[in-house]
Ligand binder design. Structure first.
Ligand SMILES: CC(C)(COP(=O)(O)OP(=O)(O)OC[C@H]1O[C@@H](n2cnc3c(N)ncnc32)[C@H](O)[C@@H]1OP(=O)(O)O)[C@@H](O)C(=O)NCCC(=O)NCCS
Length: 299
């Protein structure tokens, strides 16, 4: 009897993440919990209303590492975590889903239920290789050429995308919409950031719940990449998902940003920037017309 109870307890302690590949028997490796949150949440009924979202703090460094061990088969090295926590010149960003746990004696501990880590990446050849050429049309439709002109005067590449590096929710809190909220916060962040064209990511091909999750959240499956992941010396294929913001979404965000600007920035935009872009456009058109007519005459 007691061994039966032990077995039952052991069963409860096993976690499952579909990020782990299927083995020869079409089964997935189950993990014993290593993160602190599982012990802290024992016997706690989660009140969804109390969950809140914020950037992950240094206090959670070790917990984030443990959660990644539970969720992902890829061994992330120390440099990965250091980069994320240092944010590395703003290249990385995080959002965590937290639950305020009453520890007694008036003490509250905010425990991590899920998190998303993103990286800013240039829209370049590598990006198109990953997401596939078919998104280029969508990208063309979302580009604001006025913004593009402004890049002629800077040394930086014109457009960025957000790459979702990792996303996970603890087993106890899955299917509670936490993953969706984390992803949506990133999608909204991208829309509201100038020059961000969209969001993309990769999922191991047999991560059925992950794939369903991204589809449900409006992302488009674009490219199947062969041997994208290497796990324990074996190669696995990946599916790429992408969401490119439409021109309308970006325009809406732009007018929102404009409405939030201080009055002197609004004046600067209306009186200086807009006329400047207009003159640049006229100048380019005249230049092109003259070049074309010269070419026709020469022919
Ligand atoms: C994928 C993951 C982040 C989803 O988080 P979640 O908080 O459980 O997701 P949500 O509750 O927001 O689910 C939204 C939708 O995704 C789909 N979905 C989520 N989990 C699913 C599952 N196990 N099976 C099928 N569909 C699923 C459903 O369509 C769901 O909508 P519904 O509840 O109306 O049916 C979570 O399962 C997880 O952490 N998995 C392990 C790590 C991982 O695989 N990460 C993704 C790859 S980076």
């Amino acid at each position: 009897m007691s061994s039966e109870i032990n077995k039952e307890e052991e069963k409860e302690l096993l976690l499952l993440s579909e990020s782990f590949p299927l083995d020869e028997k079409n089964e997935r490796k189950k993990m014993k919990p290593v993160a602190e949150v599982h012990t802290l949440l024992k016997g706690v009924t989660i009140d969804k209303e109390k969950i809140f979202y914020k950037a992950i703090g240094l206090d959670d460094y070790e917990e984030v590492k443990k959660l990644h061990k539970e969720w992902f088969p890829v061994p992330y090295n120390e440099e990965f975590y250091e980069n994320i926590f240092k944010k590395n010149n703003g290249q990385y960003d995080t959002v965590g889903a937290y639950y305020p746990l009453d520890m007694g004696e008036g003490k509250i501990k905010n425990v991590l239920l899920g998190l998303i880590i993103i990286q800013w990446r240039y829209v370049n050849k590598y990006f198109f290789d990953i997401v596939g050429k078919e998104v280029s049309e969508e990208i063309n439709r979302s580009i604001d050429y006025e913004e593009e002109i402004s890049f002629l005067f800077t040394k930086y590449p014109a457009y960025f995308c957000l790459y979702v590096m990792t996303l996970g929710v603890i087993d106890e809190c899955r299917k509670m919409n936490i993953g969706t909220k984390l992803l949506k916060s990133v999608l909204n962040y991208g829309i509201n950031t100038p020059y961000c064209l969209g969001v993309y990511l990769n999922v191991i091909e047999n991560n059925f719940s992950g794939i369903k999750f991204y589809e449900k959240n409006g992302m488009t499956k674009t490219k199947h990449l062969k041997d994208f992941y290497e796990i324990d010396g074996k190669k696995y294929n990946s599916e790429s998902f992408v969401m490119i913001y439409s021109r309308e979404q970006k325009n809406k965000a732009r007018s929102y940003r404009f409405s939030q600007m201080k009055w002197y920035r609004k004046l600067y935009k209306i009186l200086i920037l807009k006329p400047f872009y207009f003159l640049v456009k006229i100048f380019l058109m005249i230049f092109l017309c003259r070049w074309f007519s010269k070419k026709v005459k020469a022919d």
